[in-house]
Design a protein. Structure first.
Length: 202
């Protein structure tokens, strides 16, 4: 399902990947990023957020220096802080893939396609078993305080939807940058669950 062929503002993050189903604060200072956020608010549209690849973006944003899969977010609140810093409260909505990229003045826009997939397994018992396995592994990890904040672990333990459980688990510090991107790009739910189970077992 496409975004009605709309060119939506782009926000490029370094060393950070946003997973669907998460709400968080983001601090933004780059002029291009601030302009993109302001455009999304002015147009009352979503913002496409994607991670930069390993090399730093020194000048122009191109399809070679950013990942093609990111997320669509809704900016709920914006606060201007001293020093030109912009803090936004964002709800991360869904996965999406960039179809086209263009520059618009001081910022960039993309045309994106949401990555719709079956967010439940055909075998309900299999899905329930996978939820239980992931939670059991999370409990073991929490015994070693690998989640950092207790609140993150507590939030995981109340989730019974497999797709959401995977994404919220992947949003924690226990999952590396590269594995976060791999999970984000994997459309098949069973494969996503295999990836997160392997990570937690390690």
């Amino acid at each position: 399902m496409d975004t009605n062929e709309k060119w939506i503002p782009l926000l490029v993050l370094r060393d950070m990947i946003l997973m669907p189903g998460v709400s968080l604060n983001l601090d933004i200072k780059n002029n291009s990023s601030v302009s993109g956020v302001n455009a999304a608010l002015t147009e009352n549209t979503e913002l496409f957020v994607v991670a930069a690849k390993n090399e730093p973006i020194k000048s122009e944003v191109t399809m070679t220096n950013i990942h093609s899969v990111g997320t669509l977010i809704h900016v709920k609140q914006m606060l201007k802080l001293p020093g030109g810093l912009l803090r936004i409260l964002a709800d991360v909505k869904c996965r999406a893939r960039i179809l086209a990229l263009k520059k618009d003045g001081t910022f960039y826009r993309v045309m994106a396609d949401t990555m719709e997939s079956d967010e439940s397994l055909s075998d309900h018992n299999e899905e329930t078993a996978r939820v239980r396995i992931i939670k059991d592994l999370c409990r073991q990890c929490n015994e070693f305080k690998l989640f950092g904040e207790d609140r993150k672990y507590d939030n995981l333990m109340i989730i019974n939807d497999l797709a959401r459980l995977i994404d919220v688990t992947a949003s924690t510090d226990i999952v590396s940058f590269s594995k976060k991107q791999e999970i984000l790009e994997t459309e098949d739910l069973e494969k996503r669950s295999d990836i997160i189970i392997t990570i937690l077992q390690e």
